[in-house]
Ligand binder design. Structure first.
Ligand code: SF4
Length: 231
């Protein structure tokens, strides 16, 4: 499945090609991790300013870390732009990402595109009450969300000279692969990092992922991520 991509890099190098894998959540990481690790040196990067409320963000992040701790493979974690960790997963500092929770970045972008009109806040109850004020027609919220979550990891891949980039968003049944590929074209123009659009949904992925989550007691979220999806 991945051979055609591997041939795109210098095969004279003994090392596997480097691939930055953007993580949207733990359950959607399982199949990409299982399938890609054979072919690539993986660099994992969690970036999801769209997830609300904080309790949901923290819970999803903890499931992601749980999966990393279950596995002992050869991959590296990129915590943020300034810290490029070489340590093994046991050294991942959960608090570092959790303390950085800031969905203003997401709202700033929506605000910029006139997608939201209400005050940014992390008060879930208050914001839910304000839903009646939102204009849902012709919303480009998901487009903006996709674009952000492609662009930021691509910049990281560029910064650390990682050969390829892809995202676990490609496996999520709630996401449009067509749109992801469309926005990737824009991201490529800004970063020049090579994007690999894998079809992770092949090869009985759902059953394999379900078996893994059951066997290892991994919790799966029941909405996409933002307050609109929650509603
Ligand atoms: S529904 Fe999902 S993809 Fe769309 S804006 Fe919300 S979190 Fe992002």
């Amino acid at each position: 499945m991945f051979q055609k991509y591997i041939s795109q890099v210098n095969l004279e190098k003994k090392d596997k090609p480097k691939l930055l894998l953007h993580i949207c959540c733990g359950p959607d990481l399982i199949i990409p991790l299982l399938d890609l690790k054979k072919y690539f040196k993986l660099y994992l990067y969690w970036y999801n300013p769209n997830i609300q409320p904080y309790s949901e963000y923290a819970r999803r992040y903890k499931e992601y870390i749980k999966i990393l701790k279950l596995e002992e493979w050869d991959f590296e974690i990129i915590s943020d732009e300034e810290n490029f960790w070489k340590e093994k997963i046991s050294l991942v500092k959960d608090d570092k990402v959790l303390n950085k929770y800031d969905n203003n970045e997401f709202y700033d972008k929506l605000f910029e595109h006139k997608e939201v009109v209400w005050i940014k806040n992390n008060d879930f109850d208050k914001t839910m009450k304000d839903f009646s004020q939102m204009e849902e027609k012709n919303s480009q919220r998901c487009d903006i969300c996709y674009y952000m979550r492609l662009l930021e990891p691509a910049k990281i891949a560029q910064k650390y000279n990682i050969d390829f980039f892809t995202t676990t968003l490609l496996i999520s049944p709630k996401k449009s692969v067509e749109k992801l590929n469309k926005y990737w074209e824009l991201v490529t123009k800004e970063t020049w990092v090579k994007y690999l659009s894998f079809d992770f949904r092949k090869n009985n992925w759902f059953q394999r992922a379900s078996d893994y989550t059951k066997e290892n007691n991994i919790w799966r979220q029941n909405y996409c991520g933002c307050l609109w999806a929650k509603k």
